[in-house]
Structures are given as C-alpha cells and as structure tokens.
Ligand binder design. Sequence first.
Ligand SMILES: Nc1ncnc2c1ncn2[C@@H]1O[C@H](COP(=O)(O)OP(=O)(O)OP(=O)(O)O)[C@@H](O)[C@H]1O
Ligand SMILES: [Mg+2]
Length: 258
Amino acid sequence: MSQTSKNEVLLEARKLTRRFGGLVANQDIDVTLERGMIHVLLGPNGAGKSTCINMLSGDLPPSEGEIRYLGKDITRLSAAQRSQEGIGRSYQRTNIFPQFTVLENVRLAAQSRRQQPWRIFSKAMEQQWALEKARACIEEAGLGRRVDWLSGVLSHGEQRQLEIAMVLATDAQVLLLDEPLAGMGSEESASMVAVLKRLPQTRGILLVEHDMDAVFAVADRITVMVNGQLLECGPPAQIKASVAVQQAYLGTEDSFHV
Ligand SMILES: Nc1ncnc2c1ncn2[C@@H]1O[C@H](COP(=O)(O)OP(=O)(O)OP(=O)(O)O)[C@@H](O)[C@H]1O
Ligand SMILES: [Mg+2]
C-alpha cells in the first residue's frame, strides 16, 4: 500500500489503559485512525478524552496497551520522537512567539523538523524551502490574510489556526487536537470548522470536541467514551441513533441534539 493511500491505517491503539493511583482514566481503549478521516473523541467531562490524546501524543505513558503508527510500535517513544515520526499535536498552552510574525512562527516550525538533511543544502536554500513551506501551511490553515501580522495581535481563534499551521509545517500525518474550538465565538468556530474539514486529504485527524454542531459537521468516525470506558465507535449516523450514547449524555452539561 502506498504511503498516501486513503483509508490506510495511520494510528492504532489497542487496549490503552491509564491509571492515576486508584482511578482508571482509560480502560482498554481501542482507537483506529485512518488517513483521510476526521475521528472525533466524544464524551462527558472527565470521560478520559484528554488522557487518551496525551497517551497517543507521547505526553503521558500508558499503564498498559500498545500504540502503532504505520504499523510500527511507538508505545515507548517520547513526544519529540513521535513528532519526528509524523504525529503532531497542538497544545492549548501555546508555543507561539507573540513578537514574531505568523510567517516567522510557521517557518521556525518547518525548520524544527529538519535537522540533518540540510547538510547538503546551503543556508539560503534552507531558508527558501522553509518560507515556501510556511506560506503553504498558513494558506491551508486559513490565515493567508495574516501572514505578515505579529502573532501576538491575532484573535484567539486566529492563534488556534496558527497552531494548526505550525503543526502542518512539521509534516504531521496525524494531527491530535484537544478541543480546537475551545473559547471561540460562532464566527471563529465556523472558520476553524472549514479549516478542519480541508485537512484530512492526506492526513488523519483525531480531535476532541464538545460542540455537537461542530462534531457532526466534521466527523467521519466518532468514538464515545464514558468514565474511562469505550462506549461506542462508529459513523456519525450510528452514534446519533445510539440509545446508549444518548443515555450517557442525559444529565450532563453537554447538549446532545439529534
Ligand atoms: N494527571 C492526572 N492525575 C490524576 N488524575 C488525572 C490526571 N489527568 C486526568 N486525571 C483524571 O482522569 C479522569 C479523566 O480526565 P481527562 O482530562 O482525560 O478527561 P476529559 O474527558 O478530557 O474531560 P474534559 O471534557 O473535562 O476535558 C478525570 O477523573 C481526571 O480527574
Ligand atoms: Mg479534556
């Protein structure tokens, strides 16, 4: 199978378990992420979604279970090593330099991925390559109009788009996004949803989101977690129709309109 074929399994987690003392935050969670797909992790507060994302990104070691990326066991790789492999994540605690322009921030992200191969190129060629790459990623993240703006003056929503551009610049094949719409107004959410929908062409996106309108606007697959357990996984229509899922949302502050 070629590297870019759609529906190729990018990331596969089996029986992921994470304990915090006596609390089981994730128990035997299976997640499969295919290229070309947006897979949404859904669940009430405290269900274990962020814990799951953190295990996949390498920020949190699993207590048990296995994670494979393109068939290779990456369970014991650090977050930095996984980033080199092609697994990118955005952090809400952002690593944007506010005094740098959008272009400079994304160019630095592009260069961070490439240490060794540049030995055969000149500094000028590296700069040129990184600038072109950065511009393309900024466009893809919907920030083309802000390319020369100082990052610190961007709106909250635009800064989240910038984070996406920075992850794209690292050549990530898998994007792990924990609540990318958090704190956004409806206009900002709409532009982020538009950006998200365009991303999967050659990649796989795993995201946590509470906003049901956004979830059903973007999801190809949904995995529902409750109390650290996997409740159900399937296409959006199946999840919408699921009595178990609807019951899990009764009495929570998350609205689940079907
Ligand atoms: N570092 C930690 N130490 C101890 N307990 C933790 C830690 N991180 C998470 N937990 C607990 O694990 C459970 C799952 O938390 P997690 O943050 O994964 O949930 P979530 O689904 O992301 O929730 P939310 O929707 O509120 O973001 C919660 O009970 C939480 O208190
Ligand atoms: Mg969370």
